[in-house]
Design a protein around this ligand. Structure first.
Ligand SMILES: NC(=O)c1ccc[n+]([C@@H]2O[C@H](COP(=O)([O-])OP(=O)(O)OC[C@H]3O[C@@H](n4cnc5c(N)ncnc54)[C@H](OP(=O)(O)O)[C@@H]3O)[C@@H](O)[C@H]2O)c1
Length: 240
């Protein structure tokens, strides 16, 4: 893995922040995009000349074309874009909350489409480049606990697959990453064994070399192959 220029959307914390640090450490010039300016400024201070901060709310979809053009001009090119922005508000088992659901669709799906369509257009013309979307194992089935989070990650995976199929003949890599539970602010209230965010970032950058869909733990490939094929009436009774 060797990139000269990259955009990370969702760069202020967790997996995205670790991706920015590892890319900058490798010598890559990185545009860090997220809402919390003070966290982006801290990354700029840690990697002067390597990280550039672009405060932006991904739900302001209309801003994206101009901001994408400005960033690629200021970076002097673009080799890699990673869409890591995501939200997963706590949802009670009996709760159906449209406000929370809409935010997840806006950030996890529409924001991704707004940003990655820009990258797809650019890379289709340059016949090069890598597009990475951070999905989740959560998108592999519809679970009782997080109906809309699951839906957004399934939608993202399908959109990424379609981009991959469109762009393969142009030499563009389109990589879907499906992390399992990872230790970040998003999961601060959850229990259980989790991967460290810096380990997840390292694996994501390694896997960005190969177009396709990747789980971060090799064993997840088999586990989720089985889980995806459990018949619905049986799946409903299981806690997996
Ligand atoms: N942690 C896990 O267990 C896990 C597992 C599978 C997949 N994932 C996925 O991995 C990705 C990164 O999540 P994380 O765990 O690292 O969580 P995180 O620390 O909460 O990071 C989420 C990032 O998304 C950004 N973001 C959220 N809403 C935004 C908005 N409206 N506009 C711009 N940026 C926004 C946040 O920045 P601001 O708040 O500063 O805007 C932050 O940088 C997400 O897509 C998540 O669904 C996480």
């Amino acid at each position: 893995m060797s990139y000269s220029t990259a955009i990370v959307v969702g760069a202020s914390s967790g997996i995205g922040e670790n991706l920015v640090c590892q890319l900058a450490e490798s010598g890559c010039k990185v545009a860090a995009v997220a809402r919390r300016k003070e966290l982006l400024d801290a990354l700029v201070a840690e990697f002067p000349g390597k990280v550039l901060a672009y405060p932006h709310d991904v739900t302001n979809f209309d801003e994206v074309p101009k901001l994408f053009a400005k960033i690629t001009q200021e970076l002097g090119g673009l080799d890699l874009i990673i869409y890591a922005a995501g939200v997963m508000p706590a949802v009670a088992e009996t709760e159906f909350n449209f406000e929370k659901d809409r935010e997840m669709v806006d950030v996890n799906v529409l924001g991704a489409i707004a940003w990655l369509n820009q990258a797809a257009t650019r890379f289709e013309n340059t016949q090069s480049g890598t597009i990475v979307g951070i999905g989740s194992v959560a998108g592999d089935r519809g679970r009782q606990g997080q109906p809309v989070y699951n839906t957004t990650k399934a939608a993202l995976a399908t959109y990424m697959e379609a981009l991959r199929n469109r762009l393969a003949k142009k030499g563009v890599k389109v990589v879907t990453i499906k992390p399992g539970p990872t230790e970040t602010p998003m999961t601060a209230n959850l229990k259980g064994k989790m991967m460290k965010a810096d380990t997840a970032a390292k694996l994501i950058l390694e896997k960005s070399n190969k177009t396709g869909e990747h789980y971060l733990k090799p064993v997840h490939w088999l586990i989720f192959l089985i889980i995806r094929n459990i018949p619905s009436p049986v799946f409903r009774k299981l806690k997996v």
